[in-house]
Design a protein. Structure first.
Length: 186
C-alpha cells in the first residue's frame, strides 16, 4: 500500500495557486485512476483505490499548509505504511516552473508544510516529488507569490509538470524510486 500526499491549502481562494501544486497533482492522479477523494478523515480529504494492482490512499490535508503534519501523522498512525511507501508532492520555489525534483529522502528545506510533516512523523526518510513554481521577482512578498496563480506563460509548463508528477508516482509504484528518479528528475 502507498500513501500519496499532495500538499496545499483548503478553500476556493487557494485553488490552483502555486502553493497548491500538490493538491493539483493529487487531483490529476485521482482523475486518471478513477479514485474519488471524498472522505473527510484524519484532518484530510482522502480517496482509496488502486494504481495498477497496488492499493493507494490519496491524501489532501485540510489543516492548511503549515500544519500538514497533523494530518499526515494521523494517516500514518491509522494505515501504518512503510515510510518508503509515503510519497509527498509539493511546490518548490527553488525549481523553475515546469521542473520536477524527485528525492528518496531529505530535509524540508524552507517548505513549512514539509517541516510540519517531518516534525510530526519524526523522520525525513520518505520519497518526495517537488514541483517547480519558480522564485518571486525582487520585491514580491514570498507568501503573496506562492498564493498567487500562475501566469498564462507559465501555465503550460506547470500543467506538463503536473502530468509528469503523476507519471512519477506511477513509476515509483511499478518500478521503485530509483528508476523514477532516473526517468523524471530535471
Amino acid at each position: 500500500m502507498y500513501i500519496i500526499v499532495g500538499l496545499g491549502n483548503p478553500g476556493k481562494k487557494f485553488e490552483h495557486t502555486r502553493h497548491n501544486a500538490g493538491f493539483d497533482a493529487i487531483d490529476r492522479l485521482a482523475d486518471k485512476h478513477g479514485i474519488k477523494i471524498d472522505k473527510l478523515k484524519h484532518k484530510a480529504l482522502i480517496g482509496e483505490g488502486r494504481i495498477n494492482s497496488e492499493k493507494v490512499v490519496l491524501v489532501k490535508p485540510q489543516t492548511y499548509m503549515n500544519l500538514s503534519g497533523e494530518s499526515i501523522v494521523s494517516v500514518c498512525q491509522f494505515f501504518k505504511p512503510e515510510y518508503d511507501h509515503l510519497i509527498v508532492m509539493y511546490d518548490d520555489i527553488d525549481l523553475d516552473v515546469g521542473k520536477l525534483r524527485i528525492r528518496k529522502k531529505g530535509s524540508a528545506g524552507s517548505h513549512n508544510g514539509m517541516k510540519s510533516i517531518i516534525k510530526s512523523i519524526s523522520t525525513q526518510e520518505f520519497p518526495r516529488i517537488r514541483i517547480g513554481v519558480s522564485k518571486p521577482a525582487e520585491g514580491w512578498d514570498l507568501a503573496d507569490f506562492v498564493l498567487s496563480k500562475l501566469s498564462k506563460e507559465d501555465s503550460k509548463a506547470f500543467d506538463e509538470s503536473l502530468d509528469r508528477a503523476v507519471l512519477t508516482v506511477e513509476e515509483i509504484i511499478s518500478s521503485g524510486i530509483e528508476p523514477a528518479m532516473n526517468k523524471y528528475n530535471g
